[in-house]
Design a binder for this molecule. Sequence first.
Ligand code: HEM
Length: 437
Amino acid sequence: MKTKQIPPGSFGIPILGETLAFLFDRDFIKKRYRKYGSIFKTHLIGRPTVVMVGPKAVDFVLSSHMDYFSWREGWPNNFKILLGESLFLQDGEEHRKNRRLMMPALHGAALANYVSTMEDITCTYLKKWENKQEFTWHKEFKQLTFDIASQLLLGTSPGDECVRLSQLFTNLTNGLFAINTLPLPFTQYGKAIAARNKILEHLTKVVRERQQNPTKDTLSLLIQAKDEEGNSLSEKELIAQAVLLLFAGHETTTSMLTWLCAELARHPEVMQRAREEQLQLASKSNLNLEQLGQMPYLDQILLEIERLHQPVGGGFRGVIKDFEFDGFHVLAGWQLLYSILMTHKLEEIYPEPERFDPERFNPQRQEHKQYPFSLIGFGGGSRLCIGIAFAKMEMKIIAAHLLRSYYWEILPNQSLETVYFPSNRPQDGLRVRFQIR
Ligand code: HEM
């Protein structure tokens, strides 16, 4: 009988495997993809791991064979402890119930109600930046997107409470990929655990307040949500989902906004065309929900930022049933990582993949439509990012205001090299000079 062939690759050194190279070598997946192809083995964060790349592989993981994979068994232990029992770590019926209850609060009519708050908070920051004139944009976007997330998702009032929560989330995020998991007060991981405890304490208080006096935020909608069988979210579920929404709802958007502003400054012809699109709309009326749907060029630019600077490099899963892919056999119990980063850099889909070119997505070229699962910055299939509409709306509101009223340029003597962990950003955070038009 023919023995089943496991994927090519290396498990690296005992215990650590190839974890350090994965965290610190920006070309970790690219090198191995070139050597082995769209499926290879490695050893990450204490587990044998199979990495899968390309639309066919991603379709297999996210859609056609998704019941071979578990989210809960996939994410590293740090995620489980720090992010708790939230949507990210749920599978099967439990996930379906929670997702169904959460969807309305992040789509349709609920989303339309968020426009004016997003705009008001954005305008406060624009005024602040006007006065500052020079600043580091990644840090500023992080505060702005956190303010938007905590005010809209939790109903937090602007001010000191937002700043304190934002700092706690930074500490929590720093612990997600920490290798030393000793929970001591001075380790990154220990600080992340302490931050999580304080966040939970705060959220328990907020959930109880909103249960008494619901407001218009996402959390209040979640408290009131009931599905057709009368199910609702328990207090424990509400708190866990709130932690996840706050976490997932600002780091990623910050990353895309920072790269958006960097690429616009590096490509004046793109900036000019995007500005013309906005000025045309501005000549008709103030920004509104309808206008957000009439910005095809800004849409193209955002798709290119999602492709070239994907905030999430890939998704982890636990393999729960043996499977075959491209003639290779993978055993239940392994960890799987589908690579967003490398799928977006495949030359056969995106010629000159390292080049920033929003024309890839013009109506004639539509490079991402050649194969399903070619553009997966927000994941895909039935577990597509639940915040995609929220994030896109927020980024368009901020971009529209910037393009309509401001100029900016990148200050010299800084590195714009990509750093991936704990989140994708230019190394020095994008220091800019900013002024009103
Ligand atoms: C630019 C912004 C964003 C990007 C690039 C992004 C990316 C992603 C990706 C790639 C996934 C799937 C991960 C996987 O397959 O393992 C995901 C899932 C998720 N995202 Fe986002 N996200 C963004 C914004 C948001 C926002 C604003 C929220 C909440 C308000 C959010 C909440 C979530 C949640 C809860 C999930 C899990 C969904 C499920 O399992 O059903 N994300 N996101």
